[in-house]
Design a protein around this ligand. Sequence first.
Ligand code: GDP
Length: 534
Amino acid sequence: MSTELQTELQAAVERRRNFAIISHPDAGKTTLTEKLLLYGGAIHEAGAVKARRSQRKATSDWMEMEQQRGISITSTVLQFEYQGCQINLLDTPGHQDFSEDTYRTLAAADNAVMLIDAAKGLEPQTRKLFEVCRLRRLPIFTFVNKLDRPGREPLELLDEIEQELGLQTYAVNWPIGMGDRFKGVFDRCHQQIHLFERSAHGSREAKDTVINLGDPRIEALLEQDLYYQLKEELELIEGIGPELDLEQVHQGQMTPVFFGSAMTNFGVQLFLDSFLDYALKPYARNSSEGTIPLEYPEFTGFVFKLQANMDSKHRDRVAFVRVCTGKFEKDMTVNHARTGKIVRLSRPQKLFAQDRESIDVAYPGDVIGLNNPGVFAIGDTIYNGKKLEYEGIPCFSPELFAYLRNPNPSKFKQFHKGVTELREEGAVQIMYSVDEAKRDPILAAVGQLQFEVVQFRMQNEYGVETRLEALPYSVARWVTGGWDALDKVGRLFNTVIVKDNWGRPVLLFKNEWNLNQVMEDHPELKLSAIAPVV
Ligand code: GDP
Protein backbone atom coordinates (compact mmCIF):
# COMPACT_ATOMS: atom_id res chain seq x y z
CA MET A 1 0.00 0.00 0.00
CA SER A 2 1.29 3.44 -0.78
CA THR A 3 2.20 5.44 2.30
CA GLU A 4 -0.14 8.10 1.02
CA LEU A 5 -3.11 5.75 1.19
CA GLN A 6 -1.96 4.49 4.56
CA THR A 7 -1.89 8.01 5.96
CA GLU A 8 -5.29 8.73 4.44
CA LEU A 9 -6.82 5.61 6.01
CA GLN A 10 -5.24 6.27 9.37
CA ALA A 11 -6.54 9.81 9.45
CA ALA A 12 -10.02 8.63 8.44
CA VAL A 13 -10.17 5.99 11.20
CA GLU A 14 -8.80 8.39 13.77
CA ARG A 15 -11.68 10.78 13.26
CA ARG A 16 -14.51 8.27 12.97
CA ARG A 17 -16.93 7.27 15.70
CA ASN A 18 -19.77 4.93 14.95
CA PHE A 19 -22.66 4.09 17.27
CA ALA A 20 -26.27 3.02 17.59
CA ILE A 21 -28.82 4.10 20.18
CA ILE A 22 -30.66 1.39 22.09
CA SER A 23 -33.82 2.31 23.95
CA HIS A 24 -37.43 1.48 24.64
CA PRO A 25 -40.15 3.38 22.73
CA ASP A 26 -40.75 6.88 24.09
CA ALA A 27 -37.49 7.16 25.98
CA GLY A 28 -36.59 10.02 23.63
CA LYS A 29 -34.47 8.49 20.88
CA THR A 30 -35.89 10.63 18.10
CA THR A 31 -35.47 13.72 20.24
CA LEU A 32 -31.90 12.88 21.21
CA THR A 33 -31.00 12.06 17.60
CA GLU A 34 -32.30 15.44 16.51
CA LYS A 35 -30.34 17.21 19.19
CA LEU A 36 -27.16 15.39 18.27
CA LEU A 37 -27.64 16.44 14.66
CA LEU A 38 -28.29 19.97 15.81
CA TYR A 39 -24.94 20.09 17.59
CA GLY A 40 -23.30 18.52 14.58
CA GLY A 41 -24.69 21.32 12.42
CA ALA A 42 -26.33 18.75 10.16
CA ILE A 43 -29.62 20.48 10.75
CA HIS A 44 -30.21 23.97 12.01
CA GLU A 45 -33.52 23.67 13.70
CA ALA A 46 -34.54 20.75 15.85
CA GLY A 47 -37.72 19.23 14.55
CA ALA A 48 -36.27 19.18 11.07
CA VAL A 49 -35.86 15.41 10.99
CA LYS A 50 -39.52 14.90 11.72
CA ALA A 51 -40.54 17.73 9.44
CA ARG A 52 -38.60 16.25 6.55
CA ARG A 53 -40.35 13.02 7.14
CA SER A 54 -43.79 14.48 6.99
CA GLN A 55 -43.03 16.73 4.02
CA ARG A 56 -41.95 13.76 2.04
CA LYS A 57 -44.41 12.59 -0.52
CA ALA A 58 -45.22 8.92 -0.60
CA THR A 59 -42.64 7.72 -3.08
CA SER A 60 -43.35 4.04 -2.75
CA ASP A 61 -45.86 1.56 -1.47
CA TRP A 62 -43.42 1.01 1.26
CA MET A 63 -43.43 4.56 2.41
CA GLU A 64 -47.15 4.68 1.97
CA MET A 65 -47.31 1.99 4.56
CA GLU A 66 -44.93 3.92 6.78
CA GLN A 67 -47.08 6.99 6.44
CA GLN A 68 -50.33 5.22 7.09
CA ARG A 69 -48.87 3.87 10.24
CA GLY A 70 -46.94 7.01 11.12
CA ILE A 71 -43.84 5.00 11.80
CA SER A 72 -40.45 4.53 10.34
CA ILE A 73 -39.70 1.08 9.03
CA THR A 74 -36.40 1.82 7.41
CA SER A 75 -33.34 2.32 9.47
CA THR A 76 -30.81 4.69 8.13
CA VAL A 77 -27.41 6.05 8.84
CA LEU A 78 -26.97 9.61 9.94
CA GLN A 79 -23.56 11.05 9.30
CA PHE A 80 -22.43 14.31 10.81
CA GLU A 81 -19.31 16.19 11.72
CA TYR A 82 -18.62 17.37 15.21
CA GLN A 83 -15.38 18.89 16.43
CA GLY A 84 -13.36 17.43 13.62
CA CYS A 85 -14.82 13.95 14.08
CA GLN A 86 -17.09 12.18 11.69
CA ILE A 87 -19.93 10.57 13.57
CA ASN A 88 -21.92 7.74 12.05
CA LEU A 89 -25.15 7.21 13.91
CA LEU A 90 -26.78 3.95 12.91
CA ASP A 91 -30.41 4.63 13.42
CA THR A 92 -32.20 1.53 14.64
CA PRO A 93 -35.91 1.27 13.97
CA GLY A 94 -37.75 1.89 17.19
CA HIS A 95 -41.27 1.74 18.46
CA GLN A 96 -43.62 -1.06 17.60
CA ASP A 97 -41.56 -1.73 14.49
CA PHE A 98 -39.02 -3.62 16.51
CA SER A 99 -37.64 -6.24 14.18
CA GLU A 100 -34.58 -8.29 13.43
CA ASP A 101 -33.11 -5.26 11.67
CA THR A 102 -32.80 -3.63 15.04
CA TYR A 103 -30.59 -6.47 16.22
CA ARG A 104 -28.61 -6.65 12.98
CA THR A 105 -27.81 -2.97 13.01
CA LEU A 106 -25.90 -3.56 16.21
CA ALA A 107 -23.60 -5.90 14.27
CA ALA A 108 -22.41 -2.89 12.29
CA ALA A 109 -21.98 -0.63 15.32
CA ASP A 110 -18.76 -0.03 17.25
CA ASN A 111 -20.43 1.56 20.29
CA ALA A 112 -23.93 1.73 21.76
CA VAL A 113 -25.73 4.49 23.59
CA MET A 114 -28.31 3.17 26.03
CA LEU A 115 -31.01 5.77 26.44
CA ILE A 116 -33.13 5.51 29.57
CA ASP A 117 -36.18 7.45 30.72
CA ALA A 118 -35.37 8.64 34.25
CA ALA A 119 -38.89 7.92 35.42
CA LYS A 120 -38.99 4.40 34.05
CA GLY A 121 -35.49 2.99 34.35
CA LEU A 122 -34.70 -0.15 32.38
CA GLU A 123 -37.51 -1.30 30.09
CA PRO A 124 -37.99 -4.55 28.14
CA GLN A 125 -36.77 -3.46 24.71
CA THR A 126 -33.68 -1.87 26.21
CA ARG A 127 -32.87 -5.08 28.04
CA LYS A 128 -33.22 -7.17 24.89
CA LEU A 129 -31.01 -4.86 22.89
CA PHE A 130 -28.54 -4.74 25.72
CA GLU A 131 -28.19 -8.51 25.53
CA VAL A 132 -27.20 -8.24 21.88
CA CYS A 133 -24.67 -5.53 22.73
CA ARG A 134 -23.25 -7.75 25.45
CA LEU A 135 -22.91 -10.62 23.01
CA ARG A 136 -20.83 -8.35 20.82
CA ARG A 137 -19.06 -6.78 23.82
CA LEU A 138 -19.93 -3.31 22.62
CA PRO A 139 -18.93 -0.38 24.79
CA ILE A 140 -22.12 1.06 26.25
CA PHE A 141 -22.70 4.71 27.11
CA THR A 142 -25.78 5.49 29.18
CA PHE A 143 -27.83 8.66 28.82
CA VAL A 144 -30.51 9.08 31.48
CA ASN A 145 -33.13 11.33 29.89
CA LYS A 146 -36.05 13.56 30.92
CA LEU A 147 -34.45 14.99 34.06
CA ASP A 148 -36.70 18.01 33.60
CA ARG A 149 -39.55 15.78 34.73
CA PRO A 150 -39.99 13.97 38.03
CA GLY A 151 -38.08 10.72 37.89
CA ARG A 152 -36.46 8.07 40.00
CA GLU A 153 -33.50 8.71 42.23
CA PRO A 154 -30.22 8.72 40.26
CA LEU A 155 -28.57 6.34 42.71
CA GLU A 156 -31.44 3.93 42.37
CA LEU A 157 -31.12 4.01 38.57
CA LEU A 158 -27.40 3.26 38.73
CA ASP A 159 -28.11 0.44 41.11
CA GLU A 160 -30.68 -1.02 38.72
CA ILE A 161 -28.17 -1.00 35.85
CA GLU A 162 -25.55 -2.69 38.02
CA GLN A 163 -27.84 -5.30 39.50
CA GLU A 164 -29.89 -6.19 36.47
CA LEU A 165 -27.39 -5.85 33.67
CA GLY A 166 -24.30 -6.71 35.65
CA LEU A 167 -22.67 -3.59 34.25
CA GLN A 168 -20.44 -1.43 36.43
CA THR A 169 -21.48 2.24 36.26
CA TYR A 170 -19.48 5.44 36.39
CA ALA A 171 -21.48 8.67 36.56
CA VAL A 172 -19.62 11.17 34.39
CA ASN A 173 -21.97 13.91 35.47
CA TRP A 174 -24.42 14.12 38.32
CA PRO A 175 -27.83 15.78 38.30
CA ILE A 176 -28.75 18.60 40.63
CA GLY A 177 -32.42 18.32 41.47
CA MET A 178 -35.02 16.91 39.16
CA GLY A 179 -38.36 17.83 37.59
CA ASP A 180 -39.37 21.40 38.40
CA ARG A 181 -36.32 21.72 40.57
CA PHE A 182 -33.85 20.45 37.98
CA LYS A 183 -30.97 22.91 38.19
CA GLY A 184 -28.27 21.32 36.10
CA VAL A 185 -25.51 18.77 36.28
CA PHE A 186 -22.13 18.54 37.92
CA ASP A 187 -19.34 17.52 35.54
CA ARG A 188 -17.10 15.32 37.67
CA CYS A 189 -14.17 15.36 35.29
CA HIS A 190 -13.84 19.15 35.16
CA GLN A 191 -15.35 19.71 38.62
CA GLN A 192 -17.78 22.22 37.21
CA ILE A 193 -21.48 22.87 37.57
CA HIS A 194 -23.48 23.40 34.40
CA LEU A 195 -26.59 25.35 35.23
CA PHE A 196 -29.69 24.56 33.30
CA GLU A 197 -31.65 27.39 31.71
CA ARG A 198 -35.14 26.59 30.64
CA SER A 199 -35.35 27.75 27.02
CA ALA A 200 -38.58 27.93 25.11
CA HIS A 201 -38.55 24.69 23.13
CA GLY A 202 -34.98 23.60 23.05
CA SER A 203 -34.94 24.14 19.32
CA ARG A 204 -31.55 25.83 19.51
CA GLU A 205 -28.40 24.79 21.27
CA ALA A 206 -28.87 25.20 25.00
CA LYS A 207 -26.87 27.94 26.63
CA ASP A 208 -25.44 26.80 29.86
CA THR A 209 -23.64 28.66 32.54
CA VAL A 210 -20.62 26.92 33.89
CA ILE A 211 -19.23 27.61 37.33
CA ASN A 212 -16.52 25.92 39.31
CA LEU A 213 -17.40 23.99 42.40
CA GLY A 214 -15.55 26.33 44.75
CA ASP A 215 -17.17 29.48 43.30
CA PRO A 216 -18.96 31.45 46.06
CA ARG A 217 -21.78 32.30 43.61
CA ILE A 218 -23.03 28.74 43.92
CA GLU A 219 -24.77 29.37 47.17
CA ALA A 220 -26.74 32.19 45.63
CA LEU A 221 -27.56 30.20 42.52
CA LEU A 222 -28.53 26.92 44.09
CA GLU A 223 -31.05 26.48 46.82
CA GLN A 224 -29.34 25.35 49.96
CA ASP A 225 -30.94 21.93 50.24
CA LEU A 226 -29.98 21.08 46.64
CA TYR A 227 -26.43 22.20 47.22
CA TYR A 228 -26.09 20.02 50.29
CA GLN A 229 -27.78 17.13 48.59
CA LEU A 230 -25.30 17.39 45.71
CA LYS A 231 -22.35 17.44 48.08
CA GLU A 232 -23.67 14.47 49.96
CA GLU A 233 -24.38 12.42 46.85
CA LEU A 234 -21.00 13.26 45.35
CA GLU A 235 -19.25 12.11 48.49
CA LEU A 236 -21.24 8.93 48.37
CA ILE A 237 -20.48 8.05 44.74
CA GLU A 238 -16.83 9.01 45.10
CA GLY A 239 -16.63 6.87 48.20
CA ILE A 240 -18.25 3.71 46.92
CA GLY A 241 -17.92 3.92 43.14
CA PRO A 242 -14.91 2.79 41.16
CA GLU A 243 -12.79 5.11 39.02
CA LEU A 244 -13.58 5.48 35.36
CA ASP A 245 -11.69 2.66 33.66
CA LEU A 246 -11.68 3.07 29.89
CA GLU A 247 -10.41 -0.41 29.31
CA GLN A 248 -13.43 -1.80 31.10
CA VAL A 249 -15.67 0.56 29.17
CA HIS A 250 -14.19 -0.68 25.90
CA GLN A 251 -14.79 -4.26 26.91
CA GLY A 252 -18.41 -3.55 27.71
CA GLN A 253 -18.01 -4.10 31.45
CA MET A 254 -18.43 -0.54 32.65
CA THR A 255 -20.79 2.14 31.37
CA PRO A 256 -20.16 5.87 31.65
CA VAL A 257 -23.47 7.45 32.70
CA PHE A 258 -24.72 10.91 31.74
CA PHE A 259 -27.80 12.70 32.98
CA GLY A 260 -29.73 15.27 30.98
CA SER A 261 -32.80 16.25 29.08
CA ALA A 262 -32.82 15.78 25.34
CA MET A 263 -35.96 17.83 24.86
CA THR A 264 -34.45 20.92 26.41
CA ASN A 265 -30.98 20.09 24.99
CA PHE A 266 -29.53 19.98 28.42
CA GLY A 267 -26.54 17.72 28.91
CA VAL A 268 -26.45 16.72 25.25
CA GLN A 269 -23.27 18.58 24.45
CA LEU A 270 -21.54 17.38 27.60
CA PHE A 271 -22.46 13.89 26.56
CA LEU A 272 -21.26 14.31 22.99
CA ASP A 273 -17.90 15.76 24.05
CA SER A 274 -17.15 12.91 26.45
CA PHE A 275 -18.48 10.34 24.04
CA LEU A 276 -15.96 11.43 21.40
CA ASP A 277 -13.17 11.04 23.93
CA TYR A 278 -14.24 7.71 25.35
CA ALA A 279 -15.82 5.85 22.42
CA LEU A 280 -13.99 3.25 20.42
CA LYS A 281 -12.81 4.16 16.95
CA PRO A 282 -13.48 1.58 14.25
CA TYR A 283 -11.64 -1.56 15.30
CA ALA A 284 -10.34 -4.85 13.96
CA ARG A 285 -12.97 -7.52 13.31
CA ASN A 286 -12.85 -11.29 13.34
CA SER A 287 -12.99 -13.25 10.12
CA SER A 288 -12.28 -16.68 8.71
CA GLU A 289 -8.69 -15.48 8.32
CA GLY A 290 -8.38 -14.32 11.92
CA THR A 291 -8.64 -10.74 13.11
CA ILE A 292 -8.34 -8.30 10.24
CA PRO A 293 -6.41 -5.27 11.50
CA LEU A 294 -7.40 -1.80 10.44
CA GLU A 295 -4.07 -1.37 8.68
CA TYR A 296 -5.14 -4.10 6.27
CA PRO A 297 -4.81 -2.30 2.97
CA GLU A 298 -7.59 -3.95 0.95
CA PHE A 299 -11.22 -2.99 0.95
CA THR A 300 -13.40 -5.38 2.98
CA GLY A 301 -16.90 -5.11 4.43
CA PHE A 302 -20.07 -7.03 5.19
CA VAL A 303 -23.78 -6.71 4.53
CA PHE A 304 -25.84 -6.22 7.69
CA LYS A 305 -29.18 -5.15 6.31
CA LEU A 306 -31.19 -5.30 3.12
CA GLN A 307 -33.91 -2.93 2.23
CA ALA A 308 -36.36 -3.57 -0.55
CA ASN A 309 -38.38 -1.26 -2.68
CA MET A 310 -37.59 2.03 -1.12
CA ASP A 311 -38.55 3.54 -4.41
CA SER A 312 -41.35 1.83 -6.27
CA LYS A 313 -40.35 3.41 -9.58
CA HIS A 314 -37.15 1.44 -9.58
CA ARG A 315 -38.26 -1.53 -7.53
CA ASP A 316 -34.76 -1.43 -6.22
CA ARG A 317 -33.12 -3.17 -3.34
CA VAL A 318 -30.41 -1.67 -1.24
CA ALA A 319 -27.76 -3.63 0.63
CA PHE A 320 -26.24 -1.80 3.57
CA VAL A 321 -22.55 -2.55 3.91
CA ARG A 322 -20.37 -1.76 6.85
CA VAL A 323 -16.88 -0.88 5.62
CA CYS A 324 -14.33 -2.74 7.77
CA THR A 325 -10.97 -2.03 6.14
CA GLY A 326 -9.46 -0.20 3.21
CA LYS A 327 -10.94 2.50 1.06
CA PHE A 328 -14.18 2.12 -0.79
CA GLU A 329 -14.34 3.81 -4.16
CA LYS A 330 -17.32 4.19 -6.41
CA ASP A 331 -17.45 1.67 -9.25
CA MET A 332 -14.77 -0.54 -7.77
CA THR A 333 -15.05 -4.27 -8.32
CA VAL A 334 -14.95 -6.64 -5.37
CA ASN A 335 -15.25 -10.34 -4.67
CA HIS A 336 -18.40 -11.71 -3.18
CA ALA A 337 -17.27 -14.37 -0.70
CA ARG A 338 -20.38 -16.56 -0.62
CA THR A 339 -20.78 -16.99 -4.39
CA GLY A 340 -17.26 -16.32 -5.59
CA LYS A 341 -18.68 -13.79 -8.06
CA ILE A 342 -17.06 -10.52 -8.94
CA VAL A 343 -19.36 -7.59 -8.31
CA ARG A 344 -19.09 -4.02 -9.45
CA LEU A 345 -20.18 -1.61 -6.75
CA SER A 346 -22.03 0.99 -8.70
CA ARG A 347 -24.58 3.45 -7.38
CA PRO A 348 -23.17 3.64 -3.88
CA GLN A 349 -25.29 5.74 -1.62
CA LYS A 350 -24.81 7.58 1.56
CA LEU A 351 -27.93 7.96 3.59
CA PHE A 352 -29.14 10.96 5.41
CA ALA A 353 -32.51 10.05 6.79
CA GLN A 354 -34.42 9.00 3.70
CA ASP A 355 -32.64 11.17 1.20
CA ARG A 356 -30.07 9.23 -0.66
CA GLU A 357 -27.04 10.95 -1.90
CA SER A 358 -24.36 9.44 -4.07
CA ILE A 359 -20.91 9.00 -2.58
CA ASP A 360 -17.50 8.47 -4.07
CA VAL A 361 -15.41 7.18 -1.20
CA ALA A 362 -15.93 5.61 2.22
CA TYR A 363 -13.62 4.46 5.00
CA PRO A 364 -13.64 1.94 7.86
CA GLY A 365 -16.55 2.64 10.20
CA ASP A 366 -18.75 4.01 7.41
CA VAL A 367 -21.91 2.46 6.06
CA ILE A 368 -22.77 2.53 2.39
CA GLY A 369 -25.95 1.58 0.62
CA LEU A 370 -25.39 -0.46 -2.53
CA ASN A 371 -27.79 -1.26 -5.27
CA ASN A 372 -28.55 -4.92 -4.81
CA PRO A 373 -29.76 -6.84 -7.81
CA GLY A 374 -30.38 -9.91 -5.66
CA VAL A 375 -26.73 -10.77 -5.10
CA PHE A 376 -26.38 -9.90 -1.46
CA ALA A 377 -27.75 -11.62 1.61
CA ILE A 378 -27.46 -10.67 5.29
CA GLY A 379 -23.99 -11.41 6.60
CA ASP A 380 -22.26 -11.59 3.18
CA THR A 381 -18.66 -10.45 3.00
CA ILE A 382 -17.26 -8.49 0.09
CA TYR A 383 -13.52 -8.16 -0.19
CA ASN A 384 -10.47 -7.46 -2.28
CA GLY A 385 -7.16 -9.22 -1.81
CA LYS A 386 -7.12 -12.65 -0.23
CA LYS A 387 -10.41 -14.41 0.40
CA LEU A 388 -11.96 -13.88 3.79
CA GLU A 389 -15.36 -13.97 5.43
CA TYR A 390 -16.44 -11.94 8.41
CA GLU A 391 -18.32 -13.68 11.19
CA GLY A 392 -21.94 -14.06 10.12
CA ILE A 393 -24.86 -12.32 11.74
CA PRO A 394 -26.84 -14.81 13.80
CA CYS A 395 -30.61 -15.20 13.83
CA PHE A 396 -31.97 -14.10 17.17
CA SER A 397 -34.65 -15.91 19.07
CA PRO A 398 -38.01 -15.04 17.54
CA GLU A 399 -40.91 -14.34 19.90
CA LEU A 400 -43.87 -14.39 17.53
CA PHE A 401 -44.96 -17.31 15.38
CA ALA A 402 -47.69 -17.79 12.81
CA TYR A 403 -48.56 -20.06 9.93
CA LEU A 404 -48.62 -18.23 6.62
CA ARG A 405 -51.44 -19.69 4.52
CA ASN A 406 -52.04 -19.39 0.83
CA PRO A 407 -55.79 -19.82 0.28
CA ASN A 408 -55.42 -19.83 -3.49
CA PRO A 409 -53.70 -23.02 -4.81
CA SER A 410 -53.21 -21.54 -8.29
CA LYS A 411 -50.82 -19.01 -6.72
CA PHE A 412 -48.59 -21.73 -5.31
CA LYS A 413 -45.55 -20.73 -7.35
CA GLN A 414 -45.71 -17.03 -6.49
CA PHE A 415 -46.33 -17.90 -2.86
CA HIS A 416 -43.26 -20.11 -2.74
CA LYS A 417 -41.10 -17.56 -4.55
CA GLY A 418 -42.23 -14.76 -2.26
CA VAL A 419 -41.60 -16.72 0.93
CA THR A 420 -38.17 -17.81 -0.28
CA GLU A 421 -37.09 -14.35 -1.35
CA LEU A 422 -38.35 -12.62 1.77
CA ARG A 423 -36.55 -15.14 3.90
CA GLU A 424 -33.33 -14.77 1.93
CA GLU A 425 -33.56 -11.06 2.37
CA GLY A 426 -33.90 -11.54 6.11
CA ALA A 427 -37.36 -9.96 6.38
CA VAL A 428 -38.51 -12.85 8.55
CA GLN A 429 -37.33 -16.29 9.72
CA ILE A 430 -39.08 -19.34 8.33
CA MET A 431 -39.65 -22.62 10.15
CA TYR A 432 -41.57 -25.75 9.28
CA SER A 433 -43.53 -28.32 11.19
CA VAL A 434 -41.87 -31.74 11.43
CA ASP A 435 -45.25 -33.18 10.45
CA GLU A 436 -45.00 -33.67 6.66
CA ALA A 437 -48.72 -33.03 6.30
CA LYS A 438 -48.33 -29.46 7.58
CA ARG A 439 -46.33 -27.86 4.83
CA ASP A 440 -47.23 -24.24 5.25
CA PRO A 441 -44.33 -22.10 6.40
CA ILE A 442 -44.28 -20.83 9.96
CA LEU A 443 -43.22 -17.21 10.08
CA ALA A 444 -41.03 -16.46 13.08
CA ALA A 445 -40.28 -12.87 14.00
CA VAL A 446 -39.08 -10.69 16.83
CA GLY A 447 -41.67 -7.98 16.10
CA GLN A 448 -45.28 -7.95 14.91
CA LEU A 449 -44.46 -5.53 12.13
CA GLN A 450 -42.38 -8.17 10.36
CA PHE A 451 -45.59 -10.16 9.79
CA GLU A 452 -47.37 -7.15 8.41
CA VAL A 453 -44.48 -6.36 6.11
CA VAL A 454 -44.43 -9.94 4.81
CA GLN A 455 -48.17 -9.94 4.10
CA PHE A 456 -48.03 -6.50 2.54
CA ARG A 457 -45.16 -7.44 0.27
CA MET A 458 -46.57 -10.84 -0.64
CA GLN A 459 -49.61 -8.99 -1.93
CA ASN A 460 -47.85 -6.07 -3.57
CA GLU A 461 -44.80 -7.73 -5.05
CA TYR A 462 -45.91 -11.29 -5.62
CA GLY A 463 -49.65 -10.81 -6.04
CA VAL A 464 -50.56 -13.31 -3.35
CA GLU A 465 -53.12 -12.61 -0.71
CA THR A 466 -52.14 -14.54 2.39
CA ARG A 467 -53.71 -15.45 5.69
CA LEU A 468 -51.94 -15.51 9.02
CA GLU A 469 -52.73 -17.97 11.72
CA ALA A 470 -51.06 -17.10 14.99
CA LEU A 471 -49.37 -19.81 17.03
CA PRO A 472 -49.35 -19.63 20.81
CA TYR A 473 -45.58 -19.67 21.35
CA SER A 474 -43.27 -16.92 22.52
CA VAL A 475 -39.88 -18.56 23.02
CA ALA A 476 -37.66 -20.44 20.55
CA ARG A 477 -34.48 -22.36 21.29
CA TRP A 478 -32.13 -24.10 18.89
CA VAL A 479 -30.95 -27.51 20.01
CA THR A 480 -27.17 -27.58 20.25
CA GLY A 481 -25.97 -30.83 18.75
CA GLY A 482 -28.91 -31.10 16.35
CA TRP A 483 -31.24 -34.06 15.90
CA ASP A 484 -28.81 -36.57 17.42
CA ALA A 485 -28.73 -34.64 20.67
CA LEU A 486 -32.51 -34.36 20.62
CA ASP A 487 -33.02 -38.07 20.00
CA LYS A 488 -31.01 -38.92 23.07
CA VAL A 489 -33.26 -36.88 25.34
CA GLY A 490 -36.45 -38.77 24.71
CA ARG A 491 -39.92 -37.34 25.00
CA LEU A 492 -40.32 -33.68 25.92
CA PHE A 493 -43.40 -32.08 27.40
CA ASN A 494 -44.85 -28.60 26.98
CA THR A 495 -42.87 -27.85 23.86
CA VAL A 496 -43.23 -28.41 20.16
CA ILE A 497 -40.38 -29.37 17.85
CA VAL A 498 -40.08 -27.60 14.50
CA LYS A 499 -37.24 -27.28 12.03
CA ASP A 500 -35.66 -24.10 10.77
CA ASN A 501 -34.99 -23.35 7.15
CA TRP A 502 -31.81 -25.41 7.25
CA GLY A 503 -33.60 -28.41 8.74
CA ARG A 504 -32.18 -27.90 12.22
CA PRO A 505 -34.32 -28.65 15.25
CA VAL A 506 -35.87 -25.77 17.15
CA LEU A 507 -38.03 -26.05 20.26
CA LEU A 508 -40.96 -23.67 20.68
CA PHE A 509 -42.38 -22.90 24.10
CA LYS A 510 -45.47 -21.03 25.23
CA ASN A 511 -43.46 -19.11 27.79
CA GLU A 512 -40.19 -18.92 29.68
CA TRP A 513 -41.68 -20.97 32.46
CA ASN A 514 -42.16 -23.98 30.19
CA LEU A 515 -38.65 -23.52 28.83
CA ASN A 516 -37.20 -23.55 32.34
CA GLN A 517 -39.18 -26.63 33.19
CA VAL A 518 -37.80 -28.55 30.21
CA MET A 519 -34.29 -27.42 31.05
CA GLU A 520 -34.70 -28.57 34.64
CA ASP A 521 -36.07 -31.94 33.59
CA HIS A 522 -33.32 -32.44 31.00
CA PRO A 523 -30.08 -30.89 32.20
CA GLU A 524 -28.22 -32.76 29.45
CA LEU A 525 -30.13 -30.86 26.75
CA LYS A 526 -28.19 -27.83 25.53
CA LEU A 527 -30.30 -25.03 24.05
CA SER A 528 -29.36 -21.74 22.42
CA ALA A 529 -31.35 -18.54 21.91
CA ILE A 530 -29.24 -17.78 18.87
CA ALA A 531 -29.18 -19.87 15.74
CA PRO A 532 -25.83 -21.30 14.71
CA VAL A 533 -24.55 -19.23 11.80
CA VAL A 534 -24.83 -21.03 8.48
P1 GDP B 1 -38.65 7.72 20.92
O1 GDP B 1 -39.89 6.91 20.87
O2 GDP B 1 -37.64 7.09 21.83
O3 GDP B 1 -38.08 8.13 19.61
O4 GDP B 1 -39.08 9.03 21.72
P2 GDP B 1 -39.35 10.52 21.24
O5 GDP B 1 -38.08 11.24 20.98
O6 GDP B 1 -40.39 10.53 20.18
O7 GDP B 1 -39.93 11.10 22.60
C1 GDP B 1 -41.07 10.56 23.24
C2 GDP B 1 -41.76 11.66 24.03
O8 GDP B 1 -40.93 12.07 25.10
C3 GDP B 1 -42.03 12.91 23.18
O9 GDP B 1 -43.26 13.43 23.56
C4 GDP B 1 -40.89 13.82 23.57
O10 GDP B 1 -41.23 15.18 23.43
C5 GDP B 1 -40.68 13.47 25.02
N1 GDP B 1 -39.31 13.74 25.46
C6 GDP B 1 -38.15 13.38 24.87
N2 GDP B 1 -37.10 13.83 25.59
C7 GDP B 1 -37.61 14.49 26.65
C8 GDP B 1 -37.01 15.19 27.75
O11 GDP B 1 -35.81 15.33 27.90
N3 GDP B 1 -37.89 15.72 28.65
C9 GDP B 1 -39.24 15.63 28.54
N4 GDP B 1 -39.99 16.20 29.46
N5 GDP B 1 -39.82 15.00 27.51
C10 GDP B 1 -39.02 14.43 26.58
